[in-house]
Design a protein around this ligand. Structure first.
Ligand code: E4P
Length: 217
């Protein structure tokens, strides 16, 4: 299972990268705005900074919602760095653009996916990644994890190569549940990754080992 971090914050990206377990980064316009990164030039420069910090795929989202605009923006994003994955919204022109980029061998991430049917279309269009937003489904009392299970079943039925990128992960249990269900990738905040480290028995056991060591030395 690949671990992506879902942020545009360079310190947090570096912290996850330094743990040696990071496989990539996802961003979106809201995450860029949260870091105060505004204006096309600054946003493009920020993507390059992120690519230079990590080794894996970095999803960069288009703003256009028409096919020609998405192609124009996506090509400019892909030209920035070979780690860039063009992130496209799950709308009709987004699917057309996904097919266009897939045919050219440019990696894509179809985002804002909330149903199995949408995920099926993304796979048909050759998406590298499909991003079902599990947290946002949970927010409206719909089981986000059930969507991961449905997509897993459909993709396995037909051996689709599109990777299921569980997105809108909010906490550590989401990460574990997505792993159980066979999501290929999860993207979440640093806290969802660091939460995996924690167990009180680890802390108690370590304290005891150190105490006993000190007694004999
Ligand atoms: C995924 O690519 C999105 O950036 C993200 O996971 C959305 O998460 P949120 O629902 O917590 O905003």
């Amino acid at each position: 299972m690949k671990f992506f971090i879902d942020t545009a914050n360079l310190e947090q990206i570096k912290e996850a990268e330094d743990m040696g377990i990071l496989d990539g980064v996802t961003t979106n316009p809201s995450l860029m705005a949260k870091e105060g990164i505004t204006g096309t030039d600054n946003i493009l420069k920020h993507y390059v900074k992120i690519c230079n910090l990590v080794e894996g795929d970095v999803s960069a989202e288009v703003i256009a919602t028409d096919f020609e605009g998405m192609v124009r923006e996506g090509e400019a994003l892909a030209d920035l760095h070979d780690q860039i994955v063009v992130k496209l919204p799950m709308i009709k022109d987004g699917i057309k653009a996904c097919k266009y980029f897939s045919d050219k061998g440019i990696k894509t991430n179809v985002t804002l996916v909330f149903s199995a049917g949408q995920a099926l279309l993304a796979a048909k269009a050759g998406a590298t990644y499909v991003s079902p937003f599990i947290g946002r489904l949970d927010d409206i009392s719909t089981d986000g994890l059930n969507l991961i299970a449905e997509i897993r079943q459909i993709y396995d039925n037909y051996a689709f190569e599109t990777q299921i990128l569980a997105a809108s992960v909010r906490h550590t249990m989401h990460v574990i549940d997505c792993a159980k269900l066979g999501a290929d990738v999860m993207t979440g905040p640093l806290s969802s990754i660091e939460g995996l480290l924690k167990h009180p028995l680890t802390d108690i056991g370590l304290a005891k080992f150190l105490e006993d060591y000190k007694k004999g030395n």
